[in-house]
Design a protein around this ligand. Structure first.
Ligand code: NAD
Length: 370
């Protein structure tokens, strides 16, 4: 397969971790006989510095023309002025909109080797393998709002959802659940919010098309509790923008380190291979506190690359090979500082990437000799 992967490395540790992900994707291409072209573009703080805008038109055009987008992270103290006319985060919201990405998929899988990195007890974490699907372009983040203004007496935001917005994300989550353990929890606050009552009504209608799924509707406050008390009971969780934002961060703590968790944002647009044109990024930010030190964990970015192979290129075997290579290096005890026991030996970002490439290449050549 020939594919063009648009790389938006961004700021802080973004370039450090995407570099390793690109290395792994190149090894996949070589090992499995594909050709991947990497088209590097600017977005975020680096784009503000170089071109005066967080999301240059040429970046949007390249992303729309490519087969998938690999993003590092954007932002940092240099661009933090709340009164600045443009901010790095605007680039992310803009590119999601330009690519019509309405669903954010965040898998949380606990590697048994890292169980000690989580703040929760091992017996609670055993078997955790969940996927949170968050609606990305609607809800309270995009509804009509009124700032407090000079007077500072009153402000409001509006949680607004339409039937098509709910339908498409619930359907995407249902399809994902069909390919997994066939359990789906839809999250809302239907006991209080009108938009949640619509959410539940539409979700119930959509899910009637999936009789094979075990479905439950869970109030968001209860879900916040269940995720800590019995996370292994859940498979796919679908939620609106605000609830999903909060629950995905909560779920990320189950895995211990932000440096381990990938994500995919998908929409209805298809690439030239007929697969969803998606944007893939680690869930962590640009980590300015460790940027430039070569100690960032690149595994979330590498695993985002695996999701890219699976969802946007339809390369399931290749995606699984990357995931197995990551599991193998963890099994061998290789650790960046964020996932290491205090005082134990650690490797750099680059060495972690090299060792994943090595494990992957060994697997590919072992497979071809079978
Ligand atoms: P962060 O995720 O960047 O960092 C939180 C903590 O986790 C830090 O201590 C950091 O060192 C650590 N960490 C994060 N990724 C790591 C990795 N791969 N390896 C090891 N340690 C890692 O969140 P923050 O500090 O709240 O935000 C920093 C900047 O990133 C801000 O400007 C924020 O706006 C931006 N941000 C961007 C995105 C994005 O690009 N999608 C997401 C979140 C935050």
């Amino acid at each position: 397969m020939n594919a063009t992967i648009v790389v938006l490395a961004g700021d802080g540790i973004g370039p450090e971790v995407t570099n390793e992900a690109q290395k792994v994707l190149s090894a996949v291409a070589e090992g499995f006989g594909h050709r991947f072209d990497f088209d590097h573009r600017l977005m975020g703080g680096c784009a503000i510095d170089a071109l005066g805008t967080s999301l240059p038109d040429e970046t949007v055009e390249a992303a729309q023309a490519g087969d998938a987008v690999l993003l590092g992270a954007v932002g940092g103290p240099k661009w933090d002025d709340p009164n600045a006319p443009d901010r790095p985060e605007r680039g992310i919201l803009g590119i999601r909109k330009a690519l019509g990405l309405f669903a954010n998929l965040r898998p949380t899988k606990l590697y048994p080797q890292l169980i000690q990195a989580s703040p929760l007890r091992p017996e609670i974490l055993e078997g955790v393998d969940l996927l949170v699907v968050r609606e990305l372009t609607g809800g309270i983040y995009f509804g009509p709002r009124q700032e407090a203004g000079e007077a500072g007496q009153e402000a409001h935001d509006t949680m607004l959802y339409t039937r098509p917005e709910i339908e498409r994300v619930v359907r995407l989550a249902a399809e994902a659940a069909m390919g997994r353990r066939r359990k789906l929890a839809s999250v809302d606050k239907a006991n209080v919010l009108a938009s949640s009552r619509l959410w539940r009504r539409v979700a119930t209608e959509v899910l009637a098309d999936y009789p094979e799924l075990t479905v439950e509707h869970v109030l968001v406050d209860a879900m916040a509790m269940h995720l800590i008390r019995r996370p292994a009971d859940f498979d796919v969780i679908v939620a609106g923008n605000l609830f999903g934002d909060i629950l995905t961060d909560e779920a990320s703590m189950l895995a211990g380190s932000m440096g381990m968790l990938p994500s995919a944002s998908l929409g209805q647009e298809r690439n030239r291979h007929g697969h969803p044109l998606g944007l893939y990024e680690p869930i962590h930010g640009s980590a300015p506190d460790i940027a430039g030190q070569g100690i960032a964990n690149p595994l979330a970015a590498i695993l985002s690359g695996a999701m890219l192979l699976r969802h946007s290129l339809g390369l399931e075997q290749e995606a699984a090979a990357v995931e197995q290579a990551v599991a193998q290096v963890l099994e061998e005890g290789v650790r960046t500082p964020d996932i290491a026991h205090t005082g134990s030996e650690t490797v750099s970002t680059q060495v972690m990437g090299d060792l994943v490439v090595q494990a992957l290449s060994e697997r590919i050549s072992a497979g071809s000799q079978e």
